[in-house]
Design a protein around this ligand. Structure first.
Ligand code: NAD
Length: 358
């Protein structure tokens, strides 16, 4: 069956890193005669300039029909003063909501050669390889009622943290399954000491643990996890958490590995459809200079091959090529202090040479 991939480069370095990932994808399509079709559209600020909105209905329709979406990054200072509903970031929210992308997978890993780029000491950070599974479409970010009450004294604002059992089960299932393919350890993060919703979350995850006797399940309070991620990150294999805690923890984990330019992410729905994007934004400070690191975007392509395009074998090849690339001493500007660094456009050709030798 033909697989359809929607390419949404977006703004700033989103366009630059997506161009690199496309070189790799086109190479793989040709070499392995893959039955893939790719469709490219503008998104974010680029779409606003063309169509007056960050995400058109046509693009959303194509997204619904696609197996995977490769998303670069959106945003930039020129669009910061736009009304909320046409700001570039709305494109992301629109895609997540329409496609029901409830599971956000954010690996955080470190190539030991890059340990000195991490803010942590080498012996703490070496061999880092964590997967954070964050619930993305529920919890306090979306819970109702919510609001601001200004006609009383004192004024107040409120949000609702709510999860139903189905929402907890489906995200926990993704995390347990991921743990089964990795180190078979799962840490569920909550605040069960103070929140009813967390106590409920913990109970359901514990109950599901019985279905996965091979997975060593633990529960941890979110504040402790934030501390442990910095003190001893290698104690973790897979972490699962709600939207709010996952937001915070995944950014801590991303910082550990030195450069945000290295880390991919996937957002999946229950039919295996997924959106794949680097963890970074459009980086207006370096856009147009040709110095962005495209490895996060290329790793996101690898995740798309694994989770939505049924070609885990090719995902493994890309990951190995990236490992060898780093092992050979190739460095983009963000991961070196030396003057001799590789520019964005030169990364994919070097990776393709490595892929040819695999
Ligand atoms: P950012 O991730 O764009 O940049 C943070 C810092 O990291 C910058 O110094 C940047 O130069 C550097 N950086 C990021 N990616 C890099 C790469 N691949 N190679 C080398 N260096 C890299 O975050 P920001 O500066 O807070 O936001 C810039 C814009 O991006 C804003 O408009 C923001 O709203 C948007 N944004 C979009 C997304 C998204 O599209 N998913 C995510 C975050 C931020």
């Amino acid at each position: 069956m033909t697989k359809q991939i929607l390419i949404l480069p977006g703004d700033g370095i989103g366009k630059e890193v997506t161009a690199s990932a496309m070189k790799i994808l086109n190479y793989l399509i040709e070499k392995y005669h893959l039955d893939f079709i790719t469709i490219e559209r503008e998104v974010g600020g680029a779409s606003y300039e063309l169509h007056g909105k960050p995400l058109t209905e046509e693009t959303l329709e194509i997204a619904k029909q696609s197996d995977a979406i490769l998303f670069g990054a959106v945003g930039g200072p020129q669009w910061d003063s736009l009304d909320w509903d046409v700001r570039p970031e709305q494109a992301l929210l629109g895609l997540r909501k329409t496609l029901g992308l409830f599971a956000n997978l954010r690996p955080a890993f470190l190539f030991n050669e890059l340990a000195s780029a991490s803010p942590l000491k080498n012996h703490i950070i070496e061999n880092l390889d964590i997967l954070i599974v964050r619930e993305l479409t529920g919890g306090v970010y979306f819970g109702e009622p919510r609001g601001l009450v200004e006609d009383v004294t004192p004024k107040y604002a409120f949000n609702t943290m709510v999860y139903n059992e189905d929402e907890i089960r489906r995200i926990a299932r993704v995390a347990f399954e991921a743990a089964m393919t990795r180190g078979k350890k799962l840490c569920s993060v909550d605040k069960a000491n103070v929140l009813e919703v967390s106590k409920f979350w913990r109970g359901i995850v514990a109950e599901m643990g019985l279905e996965y006797p091979e997975v060593m399940l633990s529960h941890q309070l979110a504040d402790n996890t934030a501390m442990q991620l910095v003190l001893n990150p290698n104690q973790y294999d897979v972490i699962v958490s709600s939207n709010l805690f996952g937001d915070i923890l995944s950014d801590i984990a991303a910082t550990l590995s030195g450069s945000i330019g290295m880390l991919p992410s996937a957002s999946l729905n229950s039919s295996g459809q997924g959106m794949y994007e680097p963890c970074h934004g459009s980086a207006p400070d370096i856009a147009g200079q040709g110095v962005a690191n495209p490895l996060a975007m290329i790793s996101s392509l690898a995740m798309a091959l694994e989770y939505s395009l049924d070609r885990k074998d090719l995902a493994v090849k890309i990951e190995l090529a990236i490992k060898n690339f780093i092992g050979l001493g190739h460095r983009t500007k963000d991961i070196t202090t030396s003057e001799g660094f590789i520019k964005t456009n030169d990364v994919a050709p070097l990776l393709i040479k490595l892929l040819e030798n695999e």
